[in-house]
Design a binder for this molecule. Structure first.
Ligand code: HAM
Length: 421
């Protein structure tokens, strides 16, 4: 069959059984956030375009090239959310969440939209789980945020990733460093496009992957070595907390993030099995964002983890801690009376917490058993007229192939105990 329609380009759709893996990854990451006291914030999927222009930064690729922006029917310019932090901060200010105890700890999960060139691991609709802790400028909180991400990855069984860490300094460190770097770059023989990038954001030139630019900037001054005393103390304390927590990191003083709001602690989780799109999560502090968006001058720190890429990382490492089985038990009725009984039995099993499906549509034994296998069920319940008369049902173990009769009025308890409930 063909349909004239296709999903928009660059969007990973998750159909069963892949969707079970996707949901497991997302829920595991959310579970780590929940265990650290982050509460769900269900954000709008689109917002006023100005929020991102002001919050994320007009010179960033995300805002200048990648946003899905359109006028709604009331001629307001709205944008599909390219990231979550600006929306969280807007929501905290709008609802006065920062008037209660601090820090405000929130998590979110769902789709984000960036008009990027699609390739493996880079999508136009991407899924993130993110957390934000707003209102307390404490390096132990930075370490907690990083540890929550690390916990999430570990709970999935991932091992082949590393945490890269740096500090982007504070308002005191940055202007002086920018002058230093701009002076350095102005003495180099750079092409016009690179010069222009240096004018917009000199830091980006340090992240240039071209070998000739790398060679030219090998001796460039690095912000990490020109931090103010306060920013350096903060950075040292974050590292000490991470050491205490047993979270390993490497310093990457050339890290450049694609969003403008970062200050001080900045980090990325990088997975080696993913090729070019290796960032499975990233985040950091954004101590000016609350004030920029019209709130109290409160600090903030958080991360966004890419669920799609984390799933790819699981596949690359061959870890699959999820079950792709749609159900645990599959009912195979032979005849109408048996079907009526099995439908009732399925209801009783579902109320007991067992996942059950039944073969509908009067298929024969062979076809129904094929559906049972395809469902991933561990047990099939085979019920015919003779079983009904005897008051039993055949319980077939679909792994060993063994089948035995169990009394109909005992089969719910029997299956619950077989399935370890
Ligand atoms: P980000 O680094 O832009 O940060 O995105 C976070 C993660 O989302 C990335 O590490 C990556 O795994 C995933 N991601 C980003 N773009 C794509 C894409 N086109 N396709 C697939 N995955 C993608 C933020 O969004 C910040 N809001 C994170 C944050 C929260 N910082 C502080 N708090």
């Amino acid at each position: 069959m063909t349909t004239p329609f296709a999903a928009p380009k660059g969007i990973p759709e998750y159909t069963p059984p892949d969707s079970a893996a996707f949901a497991h990854v997302r829920d595991t990451l959310v579970g780590a956030a929940g265990r650290a006291g982050y509460g769900l914030l269900e954000l709008p999927v689109f917002e006023d375009t100005g929020l991102y222009a002001r919050g994320v930064g007009e010179s960033t690729d995300v805002v200048s090239k990648e946003m899905y922006t359109f006028a709604d029917r009331g001629e307001r310019s709205v944008t599909l959310r390219p990231e979550g932090t600006a929306g969280v901060v807007r929501s905290v200010i709008e609802h006065g969440l920062d008037r209660a105890g601090l820090p405000v700890k929130l998590y979110y999960a769902g789709p984000f939209f960036r008009y990027e060139r699609p390739q493996a691991g880079r999508y136009r609709q991407l899924q993130q789980v993110g957390i934000e802790a707003i209102g307390v400028d404490d390096p132990a909180l930075d370490a907690e945020v990083i540890a929550v991400a690390d916990e999430g990855f570990r709970a999935l069984g991932l091992r082949g990733y590393r945490l890269e860490l740096t500090s982007l300094g504070d308002e005191e460190s940055r202007p002086a460093y920018r002058t230093l770097l701009t002076d350095f770059l102005s003495r180099l023989d750079l092409d016009e496009a690179t010069r222009e990038r240096a004018r917009v954001n000199p830091l980006r030139v340090l992240d240039d992957k071209r070998p000739e630019v790398r060679a030219l900037t090998a001796d460039a001054p690095l912000l990490l070595h020109h931090l103010s005393a306060a920013a350096k103390d903060h950075h040292d304390a974050v590292k000490a907390h991470l050491d205490d927590l047993g979270v390993a990191y490497v310093e990457n003083p050339r890290m450049v993030r694609g969003l403008d709001y970062y200050t001080k602690t900045t980090f990325e989780f990088v997975h080696d099995g993913l090729g070019a799109q290796s960032g499975i999560g990233g985040g950091g502090r954004y101590d000016g964002l609350m004030a920029t968006l019209g709130g109290q001058p409160l600090s903030g720190v958080g991360f966004g983890i890419g669920v799609d890429r984390t799933l790819l990382a699981c596949r690359a490492e061959g870890v699959s801690p999820w079950s792709e089985a749609r159900v645990e038990v599959f009912g195979v009725p032979l005849g109408d009376a048996a079907k009526s009984r099995l439908v009732v039995l399925a209801g009783a099993l579902r109320r007991a917490g067992v996942r059950v499906d039944v073969s509908y549509g009067g298929r024969g034994l062979k076809g129904a058993m094929k559906s049972a296998d395809r469902s991933g069920a561990r047990y099939a319940l085979v019920l015919g007229d003779r079983d009904l008369e005897a008051g039993t049902v055949g319980v077939k173990d679909l792994v060993s192939g063994e089948q035995r009769p169990v009394a109909l009025d005992a089969v719910v308890d029997e299956l619950v105990s077989l399935l370890g409930g």
